[in-house]
Design a protein around this ligand. Structure first.
Ligand code: ME8
Length: 512
C-alpha cells in the first residue's frame, strides 16, 4: 500500500496557538485527509518543542518552572488541535522520555564516529533565534528577525562537523529537483551553500542553561535546541516501532514556513547523513501570514486565535479562507474583512445557495424523493458531469503541487457551471408544465449528483461541511456512497432531506 508521512514543525511552547501555527497544521490535516480518502496509509505528526533558552525564559516570566509551564502550553496546543478537528496520528513532546533517549543515542553515535568535537567558539548569539550569527548575516549589527543586537559570547562547546557534509548535501539537492520546494526556497538553500558551511555549535554549558537534554558524553552540557527538536521526526516513528519507521520514513514530507528553512534545509539533512539515516523525501516551505495591522504580536493585541475563529465563523469557513487565500510559498494578508467577504461570496452565496436551492426544489416538487434518470442524457447533462470530472482531475494535479487555492478554484469553477445549468435548464419554470415533470426529475437528479460530488471533493478541505452534505443527501457514511460514478449515486425512490442553511451570511456594517 502506498504510504505518506506528513509533519508540522514542533511549535515552541512560549506562545499560544495562533494563526501561523494553525495554517501549517491545517494544510497538513488537509493533505492527510486527502491521502487517506485516496486509500493511502498516512502518518501525520505534530507536537511541541519544549527545551531551550526561550522556554526557560518564558517560564520564568510566568513565575513557574519550565516543565510545569511546558505541560500547560503543550496541552493547550493539543486540545486546540483536538477542538479544531485536526486528525494527527501522533503528538510528540520533546520532553517525552523516548524522545530524550533517542536524542542521546544519536548524539552518542555521532560523537563515537568523530563528527562531534570539543572546541572554543566566540560569536554573536541571538537569544530569540537560539543561534549564533555570522557578522555577514547581521543587518546593521542586528538580528534580522528580532531587530536586536545579539550578545557576543565566547565559550567552550561541542561542535557538529556540519561542514564535512556540505558537498554531499549540494549533490543531494541537485540530484533531487523537488527535495526542497517551491523552487525559490531550494535556490535559497543552494545560495547558503555557496559559502563554506561552518560547523554547528550543538551544546550549551549548564552554567548558562539547564533546561535541555544532557549530552551523554559530558554532563556539564545540554544539547542545543535544534539538534534536539529536529530528531523528533525520526524518534516519533521509532517509538511506534521499527516497522513503522521503515514504512514511513522514506515518504517523509516536512511542512514549515520560511523562518525555519535553514535548520530544516541544512542542519537536518547533514545530521541525518552523520547519523547514517536516509534523507527525508521533501521539505515543503510556505510564506508568512501578515496582518493588515503589522506583525502579529501580543502587545499589538492582534493575535488571531484558532478557537476564537472557530467560535465566531465556524472551523470549515476558517479553513476555507486559509486554504483559498494563501498561494503556498508566498506571503498572504490576513484581515477579518477579507475573511467575511470570502465567507459571504464563496460560501453563503455560492456553495450554500446552490445546495439549499437544489434541496428545496427536490422537496417542493417531489417531496424529497429522487426521480429516475433516462437512459440517454441531453448534452447539457453530460457537460455538467464532465465539468465536475475535469475539476476533480485538476484538483488532484494542484494538490500534488500544493496549490490548495487553485484546487479550490477548480471546485468553484464547477460550482459556477452548476449554477448556470440551473439558470439554463430552468426547472422552476418547467415544473409548471405537467408534461415536463420527468425532465425536471432528471435535472434535479443531476443536481443531487453535484451535491454528492461536492461532498467528495470538499472532504479534505472542509470536512464538517462535506459530512453535512452527505447527511443531507441521506447517504451512508462510507466511501462507496460518495465514490460511485455519476448517475449511480442514488436509487430512484431514495428519500432525501429538506434544505438547510449551511453558511449564514455575515452582516457587516458596510459604511464603517
Ligand atoms: O520554529 N505565518 O517553532 P515556532 C505562517 N520550534 N506560518 C507561521 C507564522 C506566520 N506568521 N508564524 C508561525 C519553531 N508559523 C521551532 C520548530 S521543528 C523541529 C522546530 C508557523 O513555534 C510556521 O509553520 O516558532 C513556522 O515555521 C512555525 O509556525 C514556527 O513555529
Amino acid at each position: 500500500m502506498e504510504r505518506v508521512y506528513l509533519t508540522t514543525p514542533l511549535y515552541y511552547v512560549n506562545a499560544e496557538p495562533h494563526l501561523g501555527h494553525t495554517y501549517t497544521t491545517v494544510i497538513v490535516d488537509t493533505l492527510s485527509r486527502y491521502h487517506r480518502n485516496a486509500g493511502r496509509e498516512t502518518f501525520f505528526l505534530t507536537g511541541t518543542d519544549e527545551h531551550g533558552d526561550k522556554i526557560a525564559q518564558a517560564a520564568k516570566e510566568n513565575g513557574t518552572d519550565p516543565k510545569a509551564y511546558a505541560d500547560r502550553i503543550s496541552q493547550l496546543f493539543r486540545s486546540t488541535w483536538d477542538q479544531c478537528g485536526i486528525t494527527y496520528s501522533h503528538f510528540i513532546r520533546t520532553t517525552d522520555a523516548y524522545h530524550v533517549e533517542f536524542v542521546q543515542k544519536v548524539l552518542r553515535d555521532i560523537y563515537d564516529k568523530g563528527d562531534i568535537y570539543f572546541g572554543e567558539y566566540g560569536g554573536f548569539y541571538c537569544y530569540g533565534c537560539e543561534r549564533f550569527y555570522t557578522e555577514k548575516e547581521l543587518v546593521d549589527g542586528q538580528c534580522p528577525d528580532h531587530q536586536k543586537a545579539p550578545d557576543y559570547i565566547s565559550e567552550k562547546n561541542y561542535f557538529f562537523r556540519m561542514g564535512k557534509y556540505q558537498d554531499q548535501l549540494i549533490d543531494a539537492i541537485h540530484s533531487r529537483p523537488d527535495f526542497i520546494r517551491p523552487e525559490r526556497y531550494r535556490a535559497e538553500v543552494l545560495a547558503f551553500l555557496r559559502e563554506p558551511l561552518e560547523d554547528l555549535c550543538i551544546s550549551r554549558p549548564k552554567t548558562r542553561l539547564q533546561w535541555g537534554i544532557p549530552l551523554p558524553f559530558d554532563g556539564n552540557y545540554v544539547t542545543y535546541v535544534w539538534f534536539d527538536a529536529l530528531l523528533n521526526y525520526v524518534s516519533a516513528l521509532n517509538h511506534r516501532g521499527e516497522d513503522i519507521f521503515q514504512a514511513f520514513w522514506p515518504r517523509a514530507n516536512h511542512f514549515i514556513a520560511k523562518d525555519i528553512l535553514k535548520p530544516h534545509g541544512i542542519y537536518w539533512p547533514t545530521m541525518l547523513m552523520a547519523a547514517g539515516l536516509p534523507l527525508y523525501e521533501r521539505l515543503n516551505v510556505h510564506g508568512y501570514w501578515i496582518m493588515d495591522s503589522g506583525k502579529m504580536s501580543k502587545s499589538l493585541g492582534n493575535v488571531i486565535r484558532p478557537l476564537e475563529m472557530k467560535e465566531r465563523f465556524g472551523m470549515d469557513a476558517f479553513r476555507y479562507f486559509l486554504l483559498r487565500e494563501m498561494a503556498f510559498g508566498q506571503d498572504a494578508k490576513f484581515s477579518e474583512e477579507a475573511l467575511v467577504t470570502r465567507i459571504n461570496a464563496d460560501l453563503a452565496n455560492n456553495l450554500g445557495n446552490l445546495v439549499s436551492r437544489v434541496l428545496a426544489m427536490q422537496q417542493k416538487y417531489f417531496a424529497g424523493v429522487v426521480q429516475a434518470l433516462s437512459a440517454s442524457w441531453p448534452a447539457e447533462d453530460c457537460a455538467l458531469r464532465d465539468k465536475f470530472a475535469q475539476a476533480e482531475g485538476e484538483l488532484n494535479g494542484f494538490i500534488a503541487e500544493l496549490q490548495f487555492h487553485r484546487a479550490l478554484e477548480a471546485i468553484w469553477s464547477a460550482l459556477d457551471h452548476a449554477n448556470r445549468y440551473i439558470v439554463q435548464t430552468a426547472p422552476f419554470t418547467m415544473i409548471k408544465e405537467p408534461a415536463k415533470q420527468s425532465r425536471v426529475g432528471e435535472i434535479l437528479h443531476h443536481l443531487l449528483e453535484v451535491v454528492r460530488t461536492l461532498a467528495r471533493l470538499l472532504a479534505p478541505f472542509m470536512p464538517d461541511t462535506a459530512n453535512e452534505l452527505r447527511a443531507l443527501l441521506a447517504l451512508p457514511d462510507d466511501k462507496t456512497a460518495l465514490h460511485a460514478p455519476w448517475g449511480q449515486g442514488f436509487q430512484p425512490g431514495h428519500q432525501i432531506d429538506g434544505p438547510k442553511v449551511l453558511f449564514p451570511r455575515i452582516e457587516t456594517d458596510a459604511k464603517k
